[in-house]
Write a protein that binds this ligand. Structure first.
Ligand SMILES: [Zn+2]
Length: 129
């Protein structure tokens, strides 16, 4: 009698396990890396090695006629470029084209160059005692 119960229990257990194992793969969503296609390729920026000019296209700087370098490209004043940081022939560290910094700098310069349209904020009234 005890054996029979054990056998039934074993069969039930096996049935449950097999049922579970057969349903679990189906329950899992098909592995579709949707995020990979949704991720837009970051826009590549090019910057002038001499001034703060930046562009999203390769070409020449309209101000210096210098060839634009891709963002984060290292360069020397003698025209050497590299993807990695290093030293120039003259022993100086290679400078990096940082378009973000160039944009910030250009914006700051623009702000400084254009006269402030808004009147300067009035000095805080000093409480007179
Ligand atoms: Zn330039």
């Amino acid at each position: 009698m005890k054996n029979l119960i054990l056998v039934i229990a074993a069969i039930c257990f096996a049935a449950i396990v097999s049922a579970q194992s057969s349903t679990t793969p189906a329950a899992k969503p098909a592995a579709t890396p949707a995020t990979a296609s949704a991720k837009a390729t970051p826009a590549s920026w090019y910057g002038c090695p001499k001034c703060d000019f930046t562009s999203q296209k390769e070409g020449k700087c309209p101000h210096c006629q210098a060839a634009l370098l891709k963002d984060h490209t290292y360069f020397c004043t003698d025209g050497t470029t590299s993807d990695k940081a290093g030293k120039c022939k003259d022993g100086k560290d290679m400078a990096m084209v940082d378009c973000k910094a160039k944009m910030m700098s250009a914006r700051a310069k623009q702000k400084a160059a254009t006269p402030a349209t808004a009147p300067a904020p009035a000095p805080a009234p000093t409480p007179t005692k």
